[in-house]
Design a protein around this ligand. Structure first.
Ligand SMILES: [Zn+2]
Length: 461
């Protein structure tokens, strides 16, 4: 079965060229001069369009248990929404509950995802219970293709690890070559600020932002970098939101350390003003770290250009406004944390190209090629080249769309980007050679997506 994509502009992390893409079964067979191959079983006309490697979202939370409820997208709905938005691989977080093992956690997440995903998927593991068994199991996880472990300096009593526990896990990460992903906020100090706010009767969603100041993200980021330096563990800061944290990451990278960071579209486009929306509307924007003052956005865009921020992921963690976000009426600390976004990452970052913040090549690099290399999926994913999986997006850069909960495909009752006008739109998406999204709609199936056993990070020095 041969598919030929003709007439488009093929994008990569290094630039753009006029070329045709030949797909054979599930793989890219060749990138050729326009017209060089004349026939195929299926021909897709990409004239005037971009042809790029499918997006890789390295940070999602599907069916994630949270305080008696769970995030609103299942592996089926979340991966379908991802496909609609040009993301053909997700890496989701399997969550270790205290008192359970990492291997049992991994098994549980395989059960949830297996047979349900529309696109390919991998896992990271959230480590919340550091003990001898956990440390031993980290080796097994790496052997089974889960090569990155997330830890929390926030959320005392839930996911929080002490510096000592982080140090132990980092030693094991250094031994195995695996990556420690860090939620870097000083949760002990934050909990005190939250308690003070509630005691003073400050209960509205804006308080979520005010009780998690940027300085406490900067401090935790610096501390994580120091712990990584002491242990030799590769470190990846998740959802970096504040200029203070970016400064710490940039200094470590200038020093030649194995320190990396991602940011998310919400920190590039939304701000603490959204948390202050009247009524309880601000709850829609509650996530941690919180949305920041607008001036941080220019720093984050600069960080993306300079590669101090290497990856853009979504931290997709959808909770419906009705009945889920509403759990926090009268007490902002009870609002489920998370913003939906898996469907809109490629579009929102393309908007950064339109606005002149990043280049086309950087768009592809930050959204696809670098996450593939960062998490051991390259060159199977993240590039259009012979032998790579045929995960391909045909993108119309001149189409216009307005983001809205009425038209999105995520299983959540609001959009954090309601009314955003976007230049550019996904037209067609192939997942391992199969057309899953086309102008006539969704043509994928739950169960098409396969588990990806990942290698180690490919950037380590
Ligand atoms: Zn997250």
């Amino acid at each position: 079965m041969r598919t030929l994509i003709t007439g488009g502009t093929v994008l990569s992390a290094t630039g753009a060229s006029a070329a045709d893409v030949l797909v054979e079964d599930e793989k890219v067979a060749a990138i050729v001069s326009p017209g060089f191959v004349e026939t195929a079983d299926t021909v897709l006309d990409a004239s005037g369009k971009y042809v790029l490697p499918g997006g890789i979202d390295a940070h999602t939370h599907l069916e994630m248990p949270f305080g008696g409820t769970q995030s609103a997208d299942t592996f089926a709905t979340g991966t379908e929404a991802a496909a609609w938005g040009g993301t053909t691989t997700i890496i989701d977080f399997a969550v270790q509950a205290k008192g359970t093992t990492l291997t049992a956690t991994m098994d549980r997440w395989h059960e949830k995802a297996d047979g349900n995903c529309a696109v390919d998927y991998g896992f990271h593991l959230i480590v919340s219970d550091v003990n001898d068994t956990t440390l031993k199991d980290m080796e097994t996880c790496v052997d089974r293709g889960v090569s990155s472990f997330k830890m929390f300096m926030a959320y005392p009593g839930v996911f929080y690890s002490t510096d000592g526990e982080i140090l132990r896990a980092m030693r094991k990460a250094a031994d195995t070559g695996s990556t420690i992903m860090m939620h870097a906020e000083n949760g002990i100090a934050i909990d005190e600020l939250v308690a003070q706010a509630l005691a003073e009767g400050r209960t509205d969603p804006l308080q979520h932002g005010l009780t998690r100041p940027p300085a406490l993200e900067g401090e935790a980021t610096s501390r994580a970098i120091a712990l990584a330096q002491v242990t030799g563990a590769p470190l990846y800061i998740v959802h970096l939101s504040a200029a203070e944290a970016l400064t710490a990451v940039a200094a470590a990278r200038d020093d030649g350390r194995n320190v990396f960071a991602e940011t998310c579209p919400q920190y590039l486009y939304l701000s603490i003003a959204d948390l202050a929306r009247p009524g309880f509307e601000g709850a829609k924007y509650v996530a941690s770290p919180p949305l920041r003052e607008k001036h941080h956005q220019a720093d984050l865009w600069r960080g993306l250009r300079t590669n101090d921020l290497s990856v853009v992921s979504t931290d997709h963690c959808p909770f419906c406004f009705k009945e889920q976000k509403e759990l926090g009426r009268g007490d902002f600390s009870r609002i489920p944390n998370g913003i939906p976004g898996v469907e809109h990452r490629m579009d929102l970052l393309h908007q950064g190209v339109v606005a002149g913040e990043i280049s086309l090549a950087r768009w592809v690099e930050a959204c696809s090629t670098t996450p593939a290399r960062m998490f051991g999926l390259y060159p199977r994913k993240g590039v259009l080249a012979p032998g790579a999986d045929a995960d391909i997006v045909i993108y119309d850069p001149t189409a216009r769309q307005t983001l809205s909960a009425r038209t999105h495909h995520m299983n959540v009752d609001y959009s954090a980007y309601e009314g955003f006008e976007i230049m550019g739109k996904v037209e067609t998406v192939l997942s391992r050679g199969k057309v899953v999204v086309s102008p006539s709609g969704f043509g994928g199936t739950s169960g098409h997506g396969r588990f990806l056993a990942r290698d180690l990070c490919q950037y380590l020095n």
